[in-house]
Design a protein around this ligand. Structure first.
Ligand code: AVJ
Length: 322
């Protein structure tokens, strides 16, 4: 009973934060919504579908690199390494890495969704029973959740940050995040991080405008989530998915374009929309190898080496904290 009550309170707290963020973002002249809210249960499922789609090459090509170089990567870590995965989600990518590692000290997934973590923890305990798992629920971009991990001692730590998640942060925010990572590592500890490469805009735009329109559903689901969780009255047919590459900012931007002047309400707030205006829902920054190395350097890391897929679409960097 106690658990049930506290989870209701927790939900309300989260909803208040969600409401605050939504009203703040939609109150701006250029409307935005934080991309982390794309990943409710439906959104996470749609994202998994995106990862399986032919047009979204990132997941497939990154997985290819891990499969090809897992032993070489694990060797860089050395024995008895503790692997920490911020934003682990279903922890699917980590298993073959843990399996290749020499007597891993353990695995610490961090995620905001306790349900997904619990499920993943169960699965890993079954497939790799010798690996100790310490899950932490929380927002990996805030220091609080990292403080909870301090009690897990280890001679060597590696932070595992795949999926080009770093691309969702604007350059200064990315630097702040990597500095937070560095502050939770000792000198010589590692960072294994995946980044999508700058490339032809046709390929990039196809990846975010897949032919099965899954990305469109993923983007529009954010409005549906606001309707369901915050009691708003968005008409999804009045918005269209738009994703394009912005070469100067080196990023794919995802927007929802308003198709007709209208107003909606959320809680007691009325929000006006004009035809053609957009809600900016996500950025996916693309990096050159040199550009990312320089970000690593600015953030307290020293680049050690990197691996790429045969078509050179994607990079896994390994760096050490200094
Ligand atoms: C998992 C956040 C890195 O930006 O490529 C995929 C999310 N958005 N299609 C990305 C996403 C639209 C993805 N990240």
């Amino acid at each position: 009973m106690k658990a049930a009550v506290s989870s209701v309170i927790e939900n309300q707290l989260q909803n208040n934060e969600f409401l605050g963020d939504v009203l703040e973002g939609l109150g701006r002249k250029r409307k935005t919504l934080p991309c982390k809210y794309l990943y409710d249960e439906v959104g996470s499922r749609l994202f998994e579908e995106i990862c399986d789609s032919q047009d979204y090459y990132l997941t497939r090509n990154e997985a290819d690199i891990f499969t090809t170089y897992r032993d070489e990567i694990a060797q860089k870590f050395g024995p008895e390494t503790l692997l920490i995965e911020p934003g682990a989600g279903n922890c699917e990518k980590v298993e073959e890495l843990l399996d290749a590692m020499d007597s891993p000290r353990g695995y610490c997934p961090i995620d905001i969704s306790p349900e997904i973590l619990l499920e993943a923890e169960k699965r890993i305990k079954k497939s790799l029973p010798e690996v100790q798992v310490w899950s932490e629920v929380g927002d990996f971009s805030q220091s609080e959740v990292w403080n909870k991990l301090i009690h897990v001692s280890s001679r060597k730590k590696v932070i595992f940050f795949p999926g080009s998640t770093i691309g969702n942060f604007e350059p200064l925010e990315a630097e702040r995040l990597l500095k937070l990572f560095a502050s939770n590592l000792g000198a010589g500890d590692g960072l294994l991080i995946g980044t999508d490469l700058v490339k032809d805009s046709v390929i990039l735009e196809r990846a975010y405008n897949d032919s099965d329109h899954v990305t469109e559903r993923f983007n529009l689901n954010l409005l549906q989530r606001i309707n369901v969780e915050l009691g708003a009255n968005f008409d999804l047919s009045l918005f269209a998915h738009r994703a394009f590459y912005h070469p100067l900012r080196q990023r794919v931007e995802m927007h929802l374009v308003c198709l007709k002047n209208h107003s909606i309400s959320i809680a007691d707030t009325c929000i006006d929309f004009t035809e053609g205006e957009t809600i900016h829902t996500e950025n996916s920054h693309k990096y050159s190898i040199a550009g990312f190395k320089s970000l690593l350097t600015r953030s307290g890391f020293e680049s050690v080496c990197f691996w790429q897929d045969p078509a050179k679409t994607y990079v896994i960097h390994y760096a050490q904290a200094i």
